[in-house]
Structure formats: C-alpha cells, structure tokens
Design a protein around this ligand. Structure first.
Ligand code: HEM
Length: 124
C-alpha cells in the first residue's frame, strides 16, 4: 500500500487508536456523555477512512488522479472538525464545528461518489 491509499489507511489506524483510548476513558470514568463523539471518530475516522484507503489500493487509476488528494484533505477535515465539534455541541458551547465537519464529510463522500463513477466509466 502506498501513496494516497496509505495515507487514508494510516490515518484510519491513528483515529481508531485515539477512539479506543477515548472509549476506555469513558468506560473507566463511567461517563458516557461524549459517546456520540467516540462513535463518530471511530465510524467516520476508522471505518470510512479505512474503506477509502482499501478502495484506492484496489483501484490505482483512482489513486493516481489529483482528485484523490483533494478527497483526502476533505475527509481529514471532516474528522478533525467533527470530533471536537460533537464534543463542543454536547457541552452546549457551539455547534459550528460539528456543522462544518458534517458538510466536510458530505463533500468528501460526494467527491468519492464522483471518483467511483468516473473511474468505472474510464476503465470499463
Ligand atoms: C477499546 C475499544 C472501545 C471501547 C472501550 C469502547 C467503549 C464505548 C463506550 C463506553 C460507549 C458508550 C456506550 C453507552 O453509553 O451506551 C461506546 C459507544 C459506542 N462505540 Fe465504542 N468503544 C470501543 C471501540 C469502538 C469501535 C472500534 C467502534 C466503531 C468501529 C465503536 C463504536 C461505538 C459506537 C457507534 C457507539 C455508540 C455511540 C452513541 O451512543 O452515540 N467503539 N463505546
């Protein structure tokens, strides 16, 4: 695994490591109020980023396109905004980061949808 596929997958492993540590902290403290932030870090950070990494590994034509790097930046912004954003929203401080993170996640997935369809059309 190399290039953008590696960056997606390596990021995913870092995010799930942080997510697991966060889960252990929640369990140990018996304080589950931030469970939604933990769930999103693991599902958007680990599962989604990891799947993107596997896709780009399996489809090198998609990984070679410059749009793959834009996709990586959008997906990374989604995780970095959404995780603290959900924490701040639960603590009733601000919803702004969670909103920005949600739209970054949506843009990231739309970019991926475009990539999947375009690469299929180009390589069929
Ligand atoms: C060391 C590993 C982990 C620990 C100790 C842990 C711990 C926890 C705890 C304590 C909760 C709150 C449960 C509740 O209040 O009902 C929780 C919720 C959750 N966890 Fe984990 N977890 C771990 C790994 C993972 C992983 C790998 C994923 C996903 C791939 C995951 C996804 C979720 C989800 C979706 C929720 C529900 C969030 C919500 O209620 O909004 N967790 N976890």
């Amino acid at each position: 695994m190399r290039g953008v596929a590696f960056w997606f997958f390596a990021s995913a492993v870092v995010y799930v490591t942080i997510g697991m540590l966060f889960g252990i902290w929640m369990s140990a403290s018996h304080d589950h109020t931030l469970a939604a932030a933990h769930g999103h870090l693991n599902l958007v950070g680990w599962v989604t980023m990891g799947l993107f990494g596997v896709y780009y590994h399996l489809v090198p034509a998609a990984a070679a396109n410059p749009l793959a790097k834009v996709h990586f930046l959008l997906a990374t912004a989604a995780v970095w905004l959404m995780f603290p954003g959900i924490i701040l929203a639960i603590q009733q401080q601000t919803e702004l980061l969670a909103i920005l993170g949600s739209f970054a996640a949506l843009l990231s997935m739309l970019t991926f949808l475009f990539t999947v369809v375009r690469t299929r059309a180009a390589t069929a």
